[in-house]
Design a protein around this ligand. Structure first.
Ligand SMILES: [Zn+2]
Length: 309
C-alpha cells in the first residue's frame, strides 16, 4: 500500500495552544516509519483549482488560499490559517486525488493519506472545525468526474460528525456517506433522521460509549447499509479522536477498535470493489493515542484479507 504525505503539511501552523498542531502529523509519520519500514511513501502533489471547484465555491478557495504574509488569520473561532496553510491545504487535497489515481490505475490496492489540515467539516463554501478544504469530498469527486465511477462510499469514524461531507453529498445519489460519531458534540449534525436522498447513514453514539457500542453500530447498522449500496471504491475519513484518551470528546475507544473496523472495511471493499480503499487522516488530538490508532488502522489496511463470502 502507499502512504501519501508532504512536508508542507507540517507547516500549517495554528498557534501554540491549538490542538490541531503539526506534532500530530509528526507523531504519525514517526510511528508508521518505525513500525513499517517497507511502506511505499509518496509525495502528495498540489490539487489543481479545477479539481477543487468540483466541491468548493470560488469564494471559499479565494479565502482559504489567499497569501498570508505573517501571523494568523482566524477563518472561524476554531479554524486558523497561517503563511504555510494554503500550501498545506493544496497538498492535503492533492494527496487524496493522487491516492485515487494510484488505486484506480492499479499502482496500489490501498492508500493512506497522512495529511493535515483535516477536511470533513469544510462545506462547499465554509472553512470550519479546523478544516480548510474538504479533502475526502474532493477525492470522491475526482473518482466520479475524473475516473467515471458511478458509486463511491465514504466511511467516517471520526468522533465528530462530518457535516461538510454530508452537506456536499446529501443530494448526490452516487455517493454514500456513513458516519459514527459522538452526539451531542460539535458540530451538532448527524442525527439518524438525516438521510439525504437515501444515501446518508448516521449512527450517533452517546458520550461514554465504548468499543462494544462502536462495533455494534458498524456491524449491525452502517456496514449492512454500505453492503446494500455496493461501492466501486471505498473512502475512509480516518479520525482517531474517539480514542478514550482524546481531549476533545468522550468516547472510550481503544486503538484495537480502529483496527477492528479497518479490517471490516477491508473485507467490505473485497466484497464490492476489489479491495480498493483510499483513507485520509481527519482528527485525533492525543499524540500517543493518535500514533497507536494510526498504526492499528494502517496495519489493518495492509492485511491481504480475502472475505470468504
Ligand atoms: Zn474530529
Amino acid at each position: 500500500m502507499q502512504v501519501f504525505t508532504h512536508p508542507a503539511c507540517l507547516e500549517h501552523h495554528t498557534g501554540s495552544d491549538h490542538v490541531e498542531r503539526p506534532q500530530r502529523l509528526a507523531a504519525i509519520l514517526q510511528a508508521l516509519g518505525d513500525a513499517f519500514p517497507d511502506l511505499d511513501w509518496q509525495q502528495a502533489p498540489r490539487a489543481r483549482r479545477g479539481q477543487l471547484l468540483r466541491v468548493h465555491a470560488p469564494e471559499l478557495l479565494d479565502s482559504v488560499l489567499a497569501p498570508i504574509p505573517s501571523g494568523w488569520v482566524a477563518l472561524d473561532p476554531d479554524t486558523v490559517a497561517s503563511p504555510g496553510s494554503a500550501e498545506a491545504a493544496l497538498r492535503a487535497a492533492g494527496a487524496g486525488i493522487a491516492a485515487v489515481d494510484a488505486v484506480l490505475t492499479g499502482t496500489a490496492l490501498r492508500a493512506f493519506c497522512a495529511v493535515r489540515p483535516p477536511g470533513h467539516h469544510a462545506t462547499a463554501d465554509t472553512a470550519m472545525g479546523f478544516c480548510l478544504l474538504n479533502n475526502i469530498a474532493i477525492a470522491a469527486r475526482h473518482a466520479l468526474a475524473g475516473h467515471g465511477l458511478e458509486r463511491v462510499a465514504i466511511v467516517d469514524f471520526d468522533v465528530h460528525h462530518g457535516n461538510g461531507t454530508q452537506a456536499i453529498f446529501q443530494a448526490e445519489a452516487r455517493v454514500a456517506y456513513a458516519s459514527s460519531h459522538q452526539s451531542p458534540l460539535y458540530p451538532g449534525t448527524g442525527a439518524r433522521r438525516e438521510t439525504g436522498c437515501g444515501n446518508i447513514f448516521n449512527a450517533p453514539l452517546p458520550p461514554g460509549a465504548d468499543g462494544t457500542a462502536f462495533r455494534s453500530a458498524w456491524e449491525n447498522d452502517l456496514l449492512p447499509a454500505l453492503d446494500a449500496f455496493g461501492p466501486q471504491l471505498l473512502f475512509i475519513s480516518a479520525g482517531f479522536d474517539g480514542h478514550r484518551r482524546d481531549p476533545l470528546a468522550d468516547l472510550r475507544l481503544e486503538a484495537d477498535d480502529f483496527g477492528w473496523l479497518t479490517q471490516a472495511l477491508v473485507a467490505l471493499a473485497e466484497r464490492h470493489c476489489g479491495g480498493r480503499i483510499v483513507s485520509m487522516l481527519e482528527g485525533g488530538y492525543d499524540l500517543a493515542a493518535l500514533a497507536d490508532s494510526s498504526l492499528a488502522h494502517v496495519a489493518g489496511l495492509r492485511q491481504p484479507v480475502r472475505d470468504p463470502s
